[in-house]
Design a protein around this ligand. Structure first.
Ligand code: GDP
Ligand code: MG
Length: 598
């Protein structure tokens, strides 16, 4: 196919607005999939993704499209992840495209991630093809949504395609518009190679499979390539495209989207956003937009059974092969023993990794409350980064603590503005702006400390707005805050894994709340256990876990042995997520409780 007949595009949408359904429909119409393959939504491959209804790994499919003017076109449909934790990956996969189909639900209208995705598309100078999907729904309101697209995004409402991916309405028009509106890739085939990496996955047999889009020049099997970010060189073993199954090719040229392998052992070498060039005739400059992603959220992962420490390390090593944004280092806690301090892009990323460790590697974990990175300026002028509350220096040694803030965008029907503001205020949010999207829906902007939204923020938002709120956030930088470390003592001992950082104004309230909560969460022991919250040496709150009255086994004293065994089994089951901390048995929930405030 001629370069002028190539179209590289993505579909962007808020979650559940119909991106995958539309992608499936396009795959079906271009006969990329057999009926059997259609049974499964192809673009959402992993189990976990399917269960959560999100796409974590990017994908690219090559499709042949025959226009009604008999001209043949080559489409590359590039999938993007749908969650705010993966914004950078979304932006890099959009950088592989010249256009994006913007899908908006006819009943829901514009949501927070619709806007976030539109901004990323506009940053990458993409042509937008606006689509209102699900017009078959009885509560579809296409006129209102089209007006919203015009008012909020500046799209001419007459350009909007009305569609139902489910009932195959408007899909042919979408494909025609991809041909007429999305420009062909503009690079030159004779220039030095510039291939954009927009994803990479580890394969145990072939090494890293790098997903690339050729922006300039060409590459073929046997070429010696260079990764421009780290200068490492490799020889290309394999090149191919996904149709959607991998099909080998001898080479790729400008506009092509596909994959290559080159015996690369570590996904960390092939970072998303980096540029691949040829060793012999390298490009002068890499493609713009590369940045190294740093984790934003940290927590401790400890095996419930300390014999599984090595298994946990192996699990992390294996996961890291495929996930260059996962970070970990060994950590030892007085309370929890040996484990790892892990860094994640965001909360969802953290949950996914925890779940995979438990499911795929069969390791029960105790996880400590997630924390952000604090910048601490000490009185001696030193600046340190603290990602573990227990390592926060004593307040006499601290000049200033700075914490990361985000700009949060929350969209809700106007009747919920009150509850949203109440939550944001409680989370130390600073009001920035409020605008009406249409007669009923409002866009509210706050600046909020990242630490306040890393846990349960979105859940609270959802529950206080009957599920109507949509939410997106972006890091805006560090700001000084009056923060202190709070320690929790059980039976007089400071439990390092329970320490957390809190704003001084909220310290008393939180301390009180937590000691009460822990009193309920920690089962009664053989003896009375005081629970205390302290700032420095000062105890600010206290509760007491009463001693257990009776030994549970005494109930079946003299009873038959099998019943006794069952009781013991049951106790053991209940203990699964317990950890002996000094002389006290502490359940998993306790470690998260420091973040729960309603
Ligand atoms: P994604 O999260 O954007 O990928 O959304 P999906 O494609 O997974 O769709 C979310 C839900 O909306 C699924 O239950 C789909 O069956 C449904 N859906 C998608 N397109 C349509 C449509 O045109 N009409 C109706 N009624 N439902 C649709
Ligand atoms: Mg989907």
């Amino acid at each position: 196919t001629k370069q002028e007949n190539v179209r590289n595009f993505s579909i962007i949408a808020h979650i559940d607005h119909g991106k995958s359904t539309l992608a499936d429909r396009i795959l079906e119409k271009t006969k990329a999939l057999t009926q059997r393959e259609m049974k499964e939504q192809f673009l959402d491959a992993m189990d976990l993704e399917r269960e959560r209804g999100i796409t974590i790994k990017l994908n690219a499919v090559q499709l042949n499209y025959k226009h009604k003017n008999e001209e043949e076109y080559l489409f590359h449909l590039i999938d993007t992840p749908g969650h705010v934790d993966f914004t950078y990956e979304v932006s890099r996969s959009l950088a592989a495209c010249e256009g994006a189909v913007l899908v908006v639900d006819a009943a829901q209208g514009i949501e927070a991630q619709t806007l976030a995705n539109v901004y990323l598309a506009l940053d990458n100078e993409l042509e937008l093809i606006p689509v209102i999907n699900k017009i078959d729904l009885p509560n579809a309101d296409s006129d209102r949504v089209a007006q919203e697209l015009e008012d909020v995004i500046g799209i001419d409402k007459d350009d909007v395609i009305l569609a139902s991916a489910k009932d195959d309405i408007g899909v042919d028009e979408i494909m025609e518009r991809i041909v007429s509106d999305v420009p062909a890739p503009s690079g030159e085939p004779d220039k030095p190679l510039k291939a954009l990496i927009f994803d990479s996955v580890y394969d145990p047999y072939r090494g890293v499979i790098t997903y690339i889009c050729i922006k300039e020049g060409s590459v073929k099997v046997g070429d010696k390539i260079k990764l421009m970010a780290n200068g490492k060189e490799f020889e290309v073993n394999e090149i191919g495209v996904f149709r959607p199954n991998p099909v080998p090719k001898q080479g790729l040229s400008v506009g092509d989207v596909g994959f290559l392998t080159a015996s690369i052992k570590n996904v960390g070498d092939t970072r998303v956003g980096d540029t691949i060039t040829l060793s012999n005739s390298p490009a002068e400059n890499p493609l713009p937009g590369y940045k190294r992603l740093n984790p934003m959220v940290f927590c401790g992962l400890f095996p419930v059974d300390s014999n599984q420490y090595n298994d946990l390390r192996e699990a992390l090593e294996r996961l890291e092969l495929n996930d260059s944004s996962l970070q970990y280092e060994a950590e030892s806690s007085q309370a929890l023993g040996f484990g790892f301090r892990c860094g994640f892009l965001g909360l969802l990323h953290m949950e996914i990794i925890q779940e995979r460790i438990e499911r795929e590697f069969n390791i029960d974990l105790i996880t400590t409350a997630p924390s952000v990175i604090y910048e601490v300026e000490k009185t001696d002028g030193d600046i340190m980064e603290v990602d573990n509350p227990s390592t926060m220096p004593d307040s006499q040694l601290v000049n200033e603590v700075r914490e990361p803030f985000v700009e949060a965008t929350i969209m809700v029907p106007n009747e919920y503005v009150g509850p949203v503001m109440e939550i944001a205020q409680k989370k130390r949010g600073q009001f920035v702006d409020m605008k009406y999207l249409d007669e009923v829906r409002v866009n509210i902007v706050y600046h909020i400390p990242l630490s306040e939204i890393v846990y349960a923020f979105f859940d609270q938002l959802k529950s206080k707005t009957k599920g109507y709120a949509s939410f997106d956030y972006e890091l805006i930088g560090y700001r000084p805050s009056n923060l202190v470390k709070m320690d929790i003592l059980l039976n007089g001992d400071t439990i390092d894994a329970l320490s957390f950082i809190v704003h001084r104004d909220f310290a008393y309230e939180r301390g009180k709340h937590i000691v009460d909560k822990l009193k309920d969460l920690i089962p009664k022991q053989q003896f009375e256990v005081p629970v205390q919250a302290a700032i420095g040496n000062k105890i600010i709150a206290r509760s007491t876990i009463k001693a257990m009255k009776k030994n549970v086994l005494s109930k079946c004293y003299g009873g038959d042995i099998s019943r006794k065994r069952k009781l013991l089994e049951k106790q053991k089951e209940g203990k699964k997520r317990m950890k002996m901390v000094g002389s006290v048995e502490v359940p998993q929930e306790a470690f998260m409780s420091v973040l729960e405030m309603n």
